[in-house]
Design a binder for this molecule. Structure first.
Ligand SMILES: *Cc1c(COP(=O)(O)O)cnc(C)c1O
Length: 470
């Protein structure tokens, strides 16, 4: 091709395929245990992948939380930790990064996302109030309930169906929200709690138009709108790809515009921000900030470190700048899509459209003969490990827990097994191995039986419950 043509080709979107925008400088060896060892490990773990030892795992797709590979620049930042008890320079770097990329005025650092959820729930929820949200997240809802609130799901109906194609399955159903406000009265709504790329719905995004409309409705009734910003950068990519008027905007521009419609956010930096630990809470309201700043010292640490070391805050501040990079986010979501498309081509039922951080296998369709009370998604996670040492996790009836009032299982409409892709950790060849393993388990689906629960902890049972095969 003449050079002139190369010069006029777009840098990013004319490329035929994507590739990881990094090369590997350090490696960590991994091996697959023998079949016999895997069976023993699974029995010892009570058929719960959370109870497996990492050493027994070959490819670890349990979660994308805190499992990212940091860049050389982030590691360099770790050496620049200012470990002063108060006023660490790394805190101010973090504060500046959050202001620049998310736009919120006041920052409270926390040790991770749930630390932030605890604080916002305690400060902004009064006993008996309702907290509407676009589908629940486990720790978010639990903190809302512990603060005396009642979570109400206001996500659009399409989110509960794994087969419907909808570009923004994470959207809030405004009619549901309006009905709730009418029924309960605006004074009984603590705040509206929205999340970017809704985790439990399969990593499905929310549109810019939807957050704009949510904001208008909330403002009309004097209700605050708070954002779970954990995977908001991935959400920004979907807006860029799917929403009219955003194709030429940068990820950073989309991110800040979205956040501008909200009154504050909490963040698990263990996800988008490419660090192994950390989080924050940020708000625009000074009075709320003062309360939070007072509370953070009881539960997390002083308001200039909130449970993080100085070096952690530095790596985090640098991670914020890296994660909005267009090539980064495109290859991150591209890798998830690559795996998803392999599975779809083999006829394996997965949540569609493919989300931002994980593939959610539809275990109810995968194992139509296993009833929900015999935990099909938990069964699939166990089978995948037995087949090839791949660790996934359940997002279904076990994760959903029990209704605090009736004590019954909460039977969610979605019964999913999540293959969560850590950021910058695995290669395309690893994705091929994973797809082949899912296919092998799928080919033996008819012979597979469900599980029974033999131990159940009180809170967030999916982490520690134990099972036995039927
Ligand atoms: C992980 C996560 C949280 C909780 O954050 P932690 O850092 O794990 O405490 C909250 N919301 C969402 C959407 C998450 O994915």
């Amino acid at each position: 091709m003449p050079e002139q043509i190369y010069k006029t080709m777009g840098q990013q979107f004319d490329r035929r395929s994507w590739a990881e925008p990094w090369k590997i400088k350090m490696v960590e060896p991994i091996t697959m245990k023998t079949g016999e060892q895997r069976v023993r490990a699974m029995q010892e773990a009570g058929y719960n992948t959370f109870l497996l030892k990492s050493e027994d795992v070959y490819i670890d797709l349990l979660t994308d939380s805190g499992t990212s590979a940091m860049s050389d620049r982030q590691w360099a930042g770790m050496m620049m930790g200012d470990e002063a008890y108060a006023g660490s320079r790394n805190f101010y770097n973090l504060e500046e990064a959050v202001r620049e990329y998310y736009g919120y005025k006041y920052l409270i650092p926390t040790h991770q996302g749930r630390g932030a959820e605890h604080l916002i729930s305690q400060v902004c929820i009064e006993k008996g109030q309702y907290v509407p949200g676009n589908m629940y997240f486990t720790t978010t809802r639990l903190h809302q309930e512990l603060a005396g609130g009642t979570f109400v799901d206001i996500i659009i109906d399409e989110a509960h169906d794994t087969q419907t194609q909808h570009p923004f399955k994470g959207n809030v159903d405004l009619a549901k929200l309006e009905k709730l406000i009418k029924e309960k009265g605006a004074q009984n709504i603590a705040y509206v709690s929205i999340a970017g790329t809704v985790n439990m719905a399969g990593g499905q995004p929310m549109s810019m138009q939807n957050v704009r409309d949510c904001k208008a409705l909330c403002s009309k009734h004097g209700i605050k709108l708070f954002l779970d910003a954990t995977r908001m950068v991935e959400n920004a990519l979907f807006i860029k790809e799917r929403e009219e008027g955003y194709a030429d905007k940068t990820i950073a521009q989309i991110l800040i515009e979205f956040c501008n419609y909200t009154d504050g956010a909490w963040m698990s930096s263990k996800k988008d921000h490419l660090v192994n630990i950390g989080g924050w809470l940020a708000v625009n309201d000074e009075a709320i900030f003062e309360k939070l700043r007072n509370m953070v010292i009881i539960y997390e640490g002083l308001h200039t470190y909130g449970g993080m070391a100085g070096r952690d805050m530095e790596a985090l501040a640098r991670g914020i700048k890296e994660c909005v990079n267009e090539d980064h986010i495109r290859s991150r979501v591209g890798q998830v899509r690559y795996l998803g498309e392999l599975l779809v081509n083999w006829g394996i039922p997965i949540m569609q459209p493919i989300g931002g951080h994980a593939i959610f296998v539809d275990a109810a369709r995968f194992y139509p003969h296993i009833p929900q009370h015999q935990f099909p998604a938990q069964t699939l996670a166990a089978q995948l490990y037995l087949d090839s040492g791949i660790r996934s996790m359940e997002r279904g009836v076990v994760s959903s827990g029990r209704d605090p009032k009736t004590g019954d299982h909460r039977y969610p409409k979605l019964e999913l097994t999540r293959l969560t892709i850590p950021r910058r950790v695995y290669t395309q060849a690893h994705m091929d191995i994973v797809a082949e393993a899912v296919k092998a388990v799928f080919d033996h689906r008819d012979e597979t039986r469900g599980l029974k629960m033999v131990f159940e902890p009180q809170y967030l049972r999916f982490f520690q419950a134990r099972f036995e095969p039927l």
